[in-house]
Structure formats: structure tokens, C-alpha cells
Ligand binder design. Structure first.
Ligand SMILES: Nc1ncnc2c1ncn2[C@@H]1O[C@H](COP(=O)(O)OP(=O)(O)OP(=O)(O)O)[C@@H](O)[C@H]1O
Ligand SMILES: CC(=O)N[C@H]1[C@@H]2OC[C@@H](O2)[C@@H](O)[C@@H]1O[C@H](C)C(=O)O
Length: 400
């Protein structure tokens, strides 16, 4: 089955698309990646998203505009993916949408809101669309995140020691696959969320992130600020747990800076980079991780990666590219895989990761142009992911 995965993460910079041929063979999920592309959000839409994220208050009209605008942006990227990655034909689109609110109270997830009306994607491509993948896991008592855990578990299953996957997006999440134990998956805290917020703040919006970690690399860690930040009870909470930009946003950072003032912006960035490295490393140490497979935008930050290596001596650090999962496309491929499981009657949830009572079938299916025809439900869930070949092409729609 030829599947396109669409994703925009908490950094809401661009819509990522990745295509793959997927097939279940005797307990092995065979994935042949066909390439990926990335298209930045139109400026107006990105501004609307930025202005609507917590702690902002928004009108219902803004919610409708976001749902339509994000749906249309995803539809444009899906049309390109069909043409440019799939030779003009695909079977299914899987859309994560854009998370606008992840509602966590006392550690439990009460709801999670991903916008991007899938009807636009179905109408533009004529293909069935699986969307809204998190809600069902939440309804089954889970966190609804991290959902990339299924891909991680299947991809890491054959590796020795205690391998873990780490994604450094706005928020950092890990999946730990220890032999003989149920897999764990949880958000460790901010990856780039606070660093990005700081850079935007210090540059009055002129820069969106600390390119190659230059500012963090030039600064010095402020121990008082680091202490204040590490005091957040989130880090000490046991898994399952998830978080988002509802918690780790600019006002949160400004509160910390009010408690522990730091004069030099670069020192703030150095401290925030160290915070990410320390909290990720603590999470890995707590679960005996011996090897870390890294993906996401933060993997491009040599200063952050250096700090991580420093905090985790003896742990082998590598990129998910080495497993055949391109770092920038991993989440889009993971969602393609989840939608594929759904239409084959299999759950994409890892309940030991999200804390759900059971592994529910994830998502909502929107029919394409044709009446909906689903495959016969598969007999058994996959135990292993095999990546066949490698990406044949990579394109970028100018930017991001
Ligand atoms: N060259 C670079 N130097 C430093 N940081 C970088 C670089 N490239 C990307 N980043 C960081 O990576 C972030 C984007 O990462 P990514 O696209 O993985 O996040 P996301 O998928 O939106 O988030 P999440 O996984 O939390 O949903 C940028 O906001 C920036 O902070
Ligand atoms: C609610 C939500 O969108 N959560 C995201 C976010 O971004 C990173 C981290 O927090 C992770 O838990 C999740 O995304 C990834 C793709 C996941 O579900 O695996």
C-alpha cells in the first residue's frame, strides 16, 4: 500500500510529507521510503498559529480559520507528495494535523486538539485520509502521545543493549526498548521550545532559532537559572507523561528569568541548551539506555548534540538516518505507518508508553472520491520494521 504521512510538529514551521510503500509480511512491516518534502506554512497562517497558541485566548472564528487554513496547507502538500514522491498515484494519506492544545491536568490528558480539516486533503487528492490519531488513545485512558513509539519499537527491536529513540523537536520525547520489558515512551520536556522562544524574544522576532547553536555555544550556563528551571515537577514525574507548548512557552521562561535574572541572552541560551541535555540524559539514565538514535531539528544543532554526548558518556549516539529513517522525515513516516495499521485493522498505540488501558484502533477515516474499501483486517500485529532500499528522492519547497 502506498501511503503519504503528513506532519507539522510543535515548532509549526512547515508541513512535512513523507511517502512509503508499506507491506505486512509474516510479522514484519516492510517499509520502502519513497522520499519526503517540506513546505513552509504561508506566513499569514504561521502568524495565526503563533497568535493562537497558549496562553493566548482565541475566538471560534479563529479556530475555524485555523482548521480550514491548516487543512488547505496540508492538502497542497499532499497533492505535491502524490505527484512528486509517488509518481502520481497513492492509496492513503495520513494526516497528523497541527496540535493547538494538549490538555494535561494533574498528569492526565483530558483532551488533545489537532486542527487541519481532513476533508480538504480528501477533496484535493481524491484519496482516503486517516486523521485525528491521538484522540482514541486519550479516550482509552492514554496520553495520546508520543505516538511515534510504535515506529520506534519496531525499528529498535533488533538492536542490542537498551536502545532508545530520541526526537528533538519543540518537545523532546524518548522511546526506550529494554529487552524483556514493556517499551516506555514519554516526553522528557522541552527540546527546542524554550530556546526558540528565547531567540524570538531576544531578536524581536527577527530570528526563529539559534542556528547551529552558535549563541548557546558562545554563552555560559547560569547555575541559578538552571536550578529554577530544573525545579519544574514535570521532570520528576514518572512515565507515562506528555507535555507541550501549553506548558513550555515564553511566559514560562520569563517567569524563570524573573526568579533568576540573567543579563546576557547568550547565557540564557547556553542554560536552556543545557536544560534540554540534562533532562534528556536523566531520562535515559533512569532507564539504563545504552544507545540513542536521534532525530528531529535539534539533531542539527551541534552544540546541543555535544552537550548530550557530554551528559551521557558511554552511550552511543547516532542518527535515525542510519536505520533508514531520515531524521527530518521520521515523524511523517511514523504517521504514515500508523494510518496503515489503522486501515489494516491494527492498533498503532503502545499502551505501555501512553498509559492507555488498551491498544485502541487509532484515527478517523475520511473517504476519498471512491467509496471506502478497506483491506481485510491483518491476522497479527508486526513485531519488526524492515526498511527496504532508501529514499529515492528528497525535495524541499524553498525554505524550512
Ligand atoms: N541548524 C539548526 N541549528 C539549531 N537548531 C536547529 C537547526 N535546525 C533545526 N533546528 C531546531 O529544530 C526545530 C525544529 O525541529 P522539528 O521540525 O523536529 O520540530 P517539530 O517536529 O515541529 O516539533 P515536535 O517534534 O515537538 O512536534 C527548530 O525550531 C530549531 O529549534
Ligand atoms: C500532543 C502532541 O502533539 N504531542 C507531540 C509533541 O511534539 C513532540 C512530543 O510533544 C510528542 O509527544 C508529540 O509528537 C510526536 C510526533 C509523537 O506523538 O510521537
Amino acid at each position: 500500500m502506498r501511503v503519504i504521512g503528513l506532519m507539522s510538529g510543535t515548532s509549526y514551521d512547515a508541513v512535512e510529507a513523507a511517502a512509503a510503500d508499506l507491506e505486512l509480511r509474516d510479522g514484519t512491516l516492510v517499509m520502502r521510503p519513497l522520499g519526503h518534502l517540506s513546505a513552509p506554512y504561508p506566513d499569514r497562517l504561521r502568524d495565526l498559529i503563533a497568535g493562537s497558541l497558549p496562553p493566548a485566548a482565541v475566538t471560534m472564528r479563529a479556530v475555524a480559520e485555523l482548521d480550514t487554513g491548516i487543512g488547505q496547507a496540508f492538502a497542497d502538500v499532499a497533492v505535491r507528495a502524490v505527484r512528486e514522491l509517488c509518481g502520481g498515484g497513492a492509496d492513503l494519506v495520513v494526516s497528523h494535523g497541527q496540535t493547538l492544545y494538549h490538555w494535561v491536568e494533574d498528569g492526565a490528558v483530558r483532551g488533545t486538539l489537532q486542527l487541519g480539516q481532513p476533508a480538504w486533503i480528501a477533496e484535493a487528492t481524491g484519496l482516503p485520509v486517516v486523521s485525528d490519531l491521538r484522540g482514541r488513545d486519550v479516550a482509552a485512558g492514554g496520553q495520546g502521545a508520543p505516538l511515534v513509539a510504535m515506529t520506534d519499537v519496531l525499528a529498535l527491536a533488533a538492536l542490542p543493549g537498551v536502545p532508545a529513540a530520541l526526537n528533538l523537536g519543540g518537545i523532546a520525547n524518548v522511546t526506550v526498548v529494554a529487552p524483556g520489558a514493556e517499551p516506555l515512551a514519554f516526553d522528557t520536556g522541552p527540546a527546542n521550545a524554550l530556546m526558540d522562544a528565547a531567540v524570538r524574544h531576544f531578536t524581536d522576532g527577527a530570528a526563529a532559532y539559534d542556528e547551529d547553536g552558535r549563541r548557546a555555544g558562545a554563552g555560559r550556563v547560569d547555575p541559578a537559572l538552571l536550578r529554577v528551571l530544573l525545579d519544574d515537577p514535570y521532570y520528576g514525574r514518572p512515565a507515562p507523561k506528555s507535555t507541550g507548548k501549553e506548558h513550555f512557552h515564553l511566559p514560562y521562561l520569563l517567569d524563570a528569568l524573573a526568579a533568576a535574572p540573567v543579563a546576557e541572552p547568550d547565557d540564557v541560551l547556553a542554560t536552556l541548551a543545557r536544560l534540554t541535555a540534562v533532562t534528556v540524559a536523566d531520562a535515559c539514565r533512569a532507564h539504563g539506555v545504552t544507545r540513542l538514535v536521534v532525530s528531529g531539528g535539534g539533531a542539527r544543532n551541534p552544540v546541543l548534540m555535544g552537550l548530550l554526548a557530554e551528559e551521557l558518556p558511554g552511550v552511543a549516539l547516532g542518527s535515525s538516518d542510519a536505520l533508514g529513517l531520515p531524521s527530518d522525515a521520521k515523524e511523517a513516516l511514523a504517521f504514515a505507518l500508523l494510518g496503515f495499521l489503522t486501515v489494516n485493522g491494527l492498533s498503532g498505540a503502545v499502551p505501555s508508553g501512553t498509559g492507555a488501558r488498551r491498544a485502541a484502533l487509532l484515527g478517523t477515516v475520511t473517504p476519498g472520491l471512491e467509496p471506502l474499501r478497506l483491506p481485510e483486517p491483518a491476522n497479527e500485529p508486526p513485531r519488526l520494521l524492515r526498511i527496504a532500499g532508501g529514499p529515492r528522492c528528497e525535495r524541499n519547497a524553498g525554505g524550512a
